[in-house]
Design a protein around this ligand. Structure first.
Ligand code: SAH
Length: 350
């Protein structure tokens, strides 16, 4: 069986290259090429004989752009096709501190959050570390710009693909790879507590974002099925442990849905909840006016409601910002391009 060499750590690649009967320094050359997103043809200092062996023994499971949308603000959204025909989405964003790619960790998702498009067709499969890296390498090649920040906030639940996501982060960190430090990486979870607890012990000080979206279990149960497994108080206790172990501030995401969770009372309850469960902890709430998806009837409230929500949180001592909407004109809410692709394909088959 050919091996996925783009998912290997450098020491594993070295073993592999030695196993092919090649010299050790070739592994470093190969590793550097792989993590520039190069194909075998492009590896100019790798001898032909070695390439022939690699063609037989190795795989580089990259992704290929099938569609691309460019926003007026420079945001680029990609629909990528995997080797087996699955589709995933990634977004390239320009910020004043550098370029960020929002990476998908799974094709589809099984968490079932009601407002989210990624979950509409369930989980197809988890992505390999190579497929997560390849999203970044392809965006770099396409834009001709370097990526300095990564957010694991695309399709899928990263802690439902725990081992591959951790390996992906370590590969991102590697000196001969992109060499992106943990402080430039964020990971967003819907609240798989076992994942958060395990992750706190990895020694990877990544910024953790937790999708909270409601101040009460009753409300959260209704929009996030995961809450029935890990209710809010259990989730927040795990967040507290993460903070104590890593010293990293935690960010809470909160999608504002009109008439469901965006009232002043909701804001007051949210502030009280966070302050009582996480005393003394640096907290930030990231408010996202919900992106309506046509399969569900969730709407965003008026701007006034959002402003009032922020004011109420701040009055009660909770730091909050409304997420800057990059790519608003290309409906860059993850899962939407892919959901459309599914419809078209289903239509073609009918
Ligand atoms: N599984 C991870 C990553 C998901 S996407 C998680 O749940 O955190 C990143 C964020 O976008 C999550 O906070 C998710 O809840 C939010 N999101 C998904 N669909 C949305 C929509 N239609 N409008 C606004 N936010 C949405």
């Amino acid at each position: 069986m050919p091996k996925d060499i783009l998912s290997m750590y450098e020491h594993e690649l070295t073993e592999f290259v030695l196993g092919l009967g090649e010299e050790k320094y070739r592994a470093k050359q190969l590793y550097k090429w792989l993590h520039k997103g190069a194909s075998l043809d492009q590896m100019s200092d790798i001898p032909k004989k070695m390439k022939e062996k690699l063609e037989k023994e190795a795989l580089i499971p990259g992704v290929k752009a099938e569609e691309k949308q460019v926003s007026e603000d420079g945001t680029v959204k990609y629909l990528f096709r995997c080797y087996d025909g699955e589709y995933i989405e990634s977004v390239f964003m320009r910020h004043d501190y550098g370029n960020t790619v929002c990476v998908s960790s799974q094709a589809g998702c099984r968490m079932g959050c009601r407002f989210c498009a990624s979950t509409l067709n369930g989980l197809k499969r988890s992505l390999a570390p190579s497929e997560m890296l390849s999203q970044i390498y392809e965006a770099q090649k396409d834009t001709g710009e370097r990526v300095s920040n990564v957010v694991i906030m695309g399709m899928g639940e990263p802690f439902d693909n725990y081992d591959n996501v951790v390996r992906f982060i370590r590969l991102l960190n590697s000196e001969n790879g992109l060499n992106i430090g943990c402080r430039r990486i964020s990971l967003s979870t819907c609240g798989l507590v076992e994942g958060i607890d395990r992750f706190a012990d990895e020694g990877l000080p990544v910024t953790l974002s937790v999708s909270l979206h409601s101040p009460t279990n009753e409300q959260r149960d209704a929009i996030m099925p995961v809450n029935r497994r890990y209710p809010i108080e259990v989730l927040l206790q795990s967040c507290r442990k993460y903070f104590e172990k890593t010293g990293r501030r935690i960010s809470f995401e909160y999608a504002l849905i009109d008439g469901q969770n965006n009232s002043e009372e909701d804001a007051r309850k949210l502030a009280a909840l966070l302050k009582s469960n996480l005393p003394g902890m640096a907290i930030h709430v990231n408010l996202i006016p919900v992106n309506p998806i046509k399969e569900r009837d969730f709407r965003r409230g008026e701007k006034k409601m959002t402003e009032n929500f922020v004011k109420t949180l701040e009055k009660h001592g909770v730091n909050a910002t409304v997420r800057k909407r990059l790519g608003a004109d290309i409906d860059a809410s993850c899962g939407q391009l892919r959901a459309r692709k599914y419809e078209t394909n289903a239509g073609n088959q009918a």
